[in-house]
Write a protein that binds this ligand. Structure first.
Ligand code: ATP
Length: 226
């Protein structure tokens, strides 16, 4: 099966019987390694549900999801958790850094969740942080970082397990325009150079120029805009 992210006819229902709501309606998408796609759409259209299904946080009610060539549609909760740790990097609206860990340790914490931290892990963590312009801040704590710097740490953290897929949910929501451009540009650069399949949900049309494709979500249906 091809690498990257493949979703075929994914439908997600919430509730049952007459209260059943179709949050995702036969959604299909293929994102290749090195491809950065955006998903835009109104509030309540299903974007968060879509990212949750793509990121193994929620199972689709129907349809197929494959990550890095492996179907995740029939995995146990434990197996899904391993997929999330090893194959998916999440970047959220706010950086969600651990207040009492310095910048380097924010990344090493993720490595520790997967087992022992090797010298190569530390080297990758440093390389990512330095590539994102944080070389002078490896020992800084979150309280001493600006919003843009915190979000750059969150980007590095998403890449540190070398996942196949990067999912970003409104990563610029808490930033001013200049910082927002910087952050999206940095995500795009890392996605390209490290060959990740990446999806960004955004309300901000100005960020779309960094993306290879743009999809629109409406009433749980996904369509290609460009
Ligand atoms: N856990 C849930 N249980 C029941 N309904 C849900 C659940 N999660 C989402 N929904 C419903 O599914 C639909 C899609 O919601 P979703 O959060 O995916 O939209 P969204 O496009 O991300 O919205 P926003 O931009 O406001 O975050 C909405 O009608 C929402 O109320």
């Amino acid at each position: 099966m091809p690498k990257g992210l493949r979703i075929h006819n994914a439908t997600k229902y919430f509730g049952e019987g007459p209260n059943r709501l179709t949050a995702l309606d036969r959604v299909s998408i293929e994102v290749e390694p090195g491809e950065f796609v955006a998903v835009v759409g109104p509030s309540g259209s299903g974007k968060s549900t879509f990212l949750s299904v793509a990121g193994a946080l929620l199972q689709a009610s129907e349809g197929e999801v494959a990550v890095n060539g492996n179907s995740i549609s029939r995995l146990s909760a434990r197996e899904l958790s391993a997929v999330r740790l090893n194959e998916i990097g999440f970047i959220m609206q706010t950086s969600n850094l651990v207040p009492y860990l310095n910048v380097l340790d924010q990344l090493l914490l993720v490595k520790r969740m997967g087992g022992k931290v090797a010298a190569a892990d530390k080297a990758l963590a440093r390389q990512l942080l330095e590539g994102l312009g944080l070389h002078a801040m490896l020992r800084s704590f979150p309280e001493n970082l600006s919003g843009g710097e915190k979000q750059r740490v969150a980007i590095a953290r998403a890449f540190v397990n070398d996942p196949s897929v990067i999912l970003a949910d409104e990563p610029t929501a808490s930033l001013d325009t200049k910082r927002a451009y910087e952050v999206v540009n940095l995500i795009a650069n890392e996605v390209k150079s490290r060959r990740k399949a990446a999806i960004m949900v955004t309300h901000d049309e100005r960020m779309l120029k960094h993306c290879d494709k743009v999809y629109h979500m409406e009433d749980g249906r996904l369509s290609l805009v460009r």
